[in-house]
Design a protein around this ligand. Structure first.
Ligand SMILES: Nc1nc2c(ncn2[C@@H]2O[C@H](COP(=O)(O)OP(=O)(O)OP(=O)(O)O)[C@@H](O)[C@H]2O)c(=O)[nH]1
Ligand SMILES: [Mg+2]
Length: 314
């Protein structure tokens, strides 16, 4: 599953990821994330530890991709890529078609989108950030037309809310009202808004965004897994001896292979290929069953977070 983060430099994307790793890297509430690459694991751990002592991560170069697995009770459930996108389109004051094409191709490969809005900028009155907002809005508007085979979840994350005085309003959000109403009318896209603070003592909020992305992206993943399960079943059928002659040959081959094993020969018989494929299909089936029950659980969590006012569905 690909989860794409977009937002201007300094909006808080990397700090958010560090907070997510701090909260879920050690497995919380039965859920967790594990980093799949050793160097990324070391880097994430360092960023997460620095966060606790009040140090935020350094700025990121143009684009980076982190490979994770979403885990349930310590076992991997879904692999996902967490992609930090701040390509040309978000860096330039005057993006061209080429920048837009690159962004659209990143969107086409995404199963969920997370949009970062700097809370400090949003809370300022005036129009100095309108240009920045308009670039982001035009990217997201264009992404609404992309076919994703399934409903597409977008999380809008307002960052740095710990720095915003109580009662301040996010004036800049007015600029997004047209986009929000397009999302509201669309049955292909859904969106959630969350006010986020990553502080040395509190970093749970990114979990809510990940939960929404995994819950929303799960149907696409299920389609892909179903295809893998069917292919394993077809593989099992293609190797399974069915005629009497085939069965006799299969049993004979099995006996010879057992004898060959004595001499350490690596010989996979038709029966062994069938069993291996059946095993693959069974693993896929169990994984899907667990994913469906996990998606239900995440949905219930999201409803309760919404009732408690942490998140708002658009
Ligand atoms: N107080 C507070 N500061 C934050 C928070 N999130 C980010 N910051 C500050 O904002 C700075 C920039 O955040 P980054 O996470 O590096 O932003 P980014 O979007 O990854 O930026 P690029 O890598 O340049 O694209 C950090 O160094 C922090 O000082 C937050 O939740 N609270
Ligand atoms: Mg960064």
């Amino acid at each position: 599953m690909n989860i794409l983060m977009v937002g201007h430099s300094g909006a808080g994307k990397t700090s958010f990821m560090a907070g997510m790793y701090k909260y879920l890297g050690e497995s919380a509430e039965g859920y967790g994330i594990s980093a799949k690459k050793v160097n990324q694991k070391t880097q994430l751990k360092r960023m997460a530890d620095s966060l606790v002592s009040g140090h935020y991560p350094a700025g990121t170069d143009v684009q980076s991709k982190y490979e994770f697995a979403f885990t349930v009770h310590g076992s991997d459930l879904i692999p996902f890529n967490w992609i930090d996108y701040r390509g040309g389109i978000l860096l330039s004051d005057d993006p061209d078609y080429n920048d837009m094409d690159k962004f659209m191709s990143a969107i086409k490969q995404a199963d969920a989108l997370v949009v970062f809005l700097d809370g400090q900028k949003l809370s300022q009155a005036g129009s100095q950030w309108n240009m920045e907002y308009d670039i982001l809005i035009s990217c997201i508007e264009s992404s609404l037309s992309v076919e994703h085979n399934s409903w597409f979840p977008i999380s809008f994350v307002i960052t740095k809310c710990d720095l915003i005085p109580d009662g301040a309003s996010f004036n800049g959000l007015d600029r997004f009202s047209n986009l929000f109403s397009q999302i509201d009318k669309s049955d292909k896209v859904g969106a959630m808004l969350i006010q986020c603070s990553i502080t040395p003592k509190f970093y749970k909020l990114p979990f809510m965004v990940l939960a929404y992305s995994v819950y929303g992206g799960a149907p696409i993943y299920v389609q892909r897994s179903n295809a893998a399960m069917e292919s394993a079943n077809r593989r099992a059928e293609s190797h399974r001896p069915t005629s009497i002659i085939g069965k006799i040959f299969g049993i004979g081959e099995q006996i010879l292979s057992t004898a060959a094993a004595t001499f350490d020969l690596d010989w996979e018989t038709e029966y062994e290929k069938t069993w291996a494929a059946e095993h693959d299909a069974e693993v896929q089936r169990q994984n899907l069953e667990q994913l469906c029950s996990c998606a239900d659980d995440l949905k219930n969590k999201l409803i309760s977070w919404s009732n408690d006012g942490y998140v708002q569905f658009l």
